[in-house]
Design a protein around this ligand. Sequence first.
Ligand SMILES: Nc1ncnc2c1ncn2[C@@H]1O[C@H](COP(=O)(O)OP(=O)(O)O)[C@@H](O)[C@H]1O
Ligand SMILES: CC(=O)OP(=O)(O)O
Ligand SMILES: [Mg+2]
Length: 365
Amino acid sequence: MRVLTLNPGSSSLKAALVAAGAAVGRAAWETAGSTVDGIVADAVGCWPDADVVAVRFVHGGARRGPALLDDELLESLRRLGPLAPLHQPQSIAVARAVLRERPGTPVVACFDTSFHVDLPEPAAHYPLPREWTRQGRLRRYGFHGLSCRYVARRAAGMLGVGPDAARLLCCHLGAGVSVTAIDGGRSVDTSMGFTPLAGPAMATRSGTVDPGLLLHVLETAPMSPAELADALYRRSGLAGMSGTSGDLREVRAAASAGDPDAVLALEVYLHRLRREIGAVAMSLPELDAIVFTGGVAEHQPDLVATLAGKPGPLGVEVDPARCAGAGDRVVSPDGAGVAVLIVRTREDLELARDAERVLSAAGTG
Ligand SMILES: Nc1ncnc2c1ncn2[C@@H]1O[C@H](COP(=O)(O)OP(=O)(O)O)[C@@H](O)[C@H]1O
Ligand SMILES: CC(=O)OP(=O)(O)O
Ligand SMILES: [Mg+2]
């Protein structure tokens, strides 16, 4: 089966054609300034012989797994748009463009949230009035789940243990940033929450800030919910602190040129990430490995060396020479108590697995 996978991230749209578990073609577009319709037309044009199209939706609500897309599902995913405003509208637009360009080709919706659907209740539940949380909707959902699922399997293989045995932290460093505790292949805690706004500082997202600060801002500089959302999702994080686009390449170039805002932005980014790693690690009974993945870990591994380079209370150590290597690799010294890995995430392969699963269950694969 040939699966065209479409992965709208917050800074990019990635496409791949996956056949028999391997990517046989790949392309990526930066989404700033491009129309989704044009990108989808390009992708579909590149691979007109795909049997099925798999689209990543970061928010699937309480859905446990992927599903064949129809009008009803599309509408219910559209309603989740305000809970992931940098992603969900893009995924909806991508899915609609595919349905228009390729009528008759099945489209499967695959969800980041499904990996976290069985989070233990203490990790999922917010300490808010019980009248708010009783219906089970205002809870931690967690994101980057397709990436975590791949990384957990790959890391277990690299460590030479079964997927049920590894206790890992998956640090996904893309435009979005998250830390997930994975115990035996299951998500047991994660830094993103009800929305992908929580956790460490991100490219343009604030990450977690004191809710009391936001209440104070709303009282002293009244603004609409849409204006506040714009500030927190698009004008904060590395972009907001440094005055750049939020792409770490730009921030680091500005910091190297001596821009004090960029220097501070980098320090805050690293500090918040370290802090989240420490916090989420406490949800595991033991820590076998920390796995770094996402565009930043893949392409700027020296940052992983900076981040994890000084041994702290978790006993994490990184060998800069190993970091500078290429491919999926162990970057901690031999015999380290906690292994540190850099793994290229393969959301494309997870999307393809999901699509094949849905089609075979539907009896069409
Ligand atoms: N070729 C590259 N060289 C250096 N850094 C890169 C490269 N490609 C991506 N990055 C970094 O990865 C970040 C985007 O991560 P990625 O996981 O690709 O994005 P998304 O969150 O849109 O899925 C960029 O902001 C950039 O800092
Ligand atoms: C959930 C999320 O933030 O995804 P990405 O890093 O791809 O933008
Ligand atoms: Mg991504």
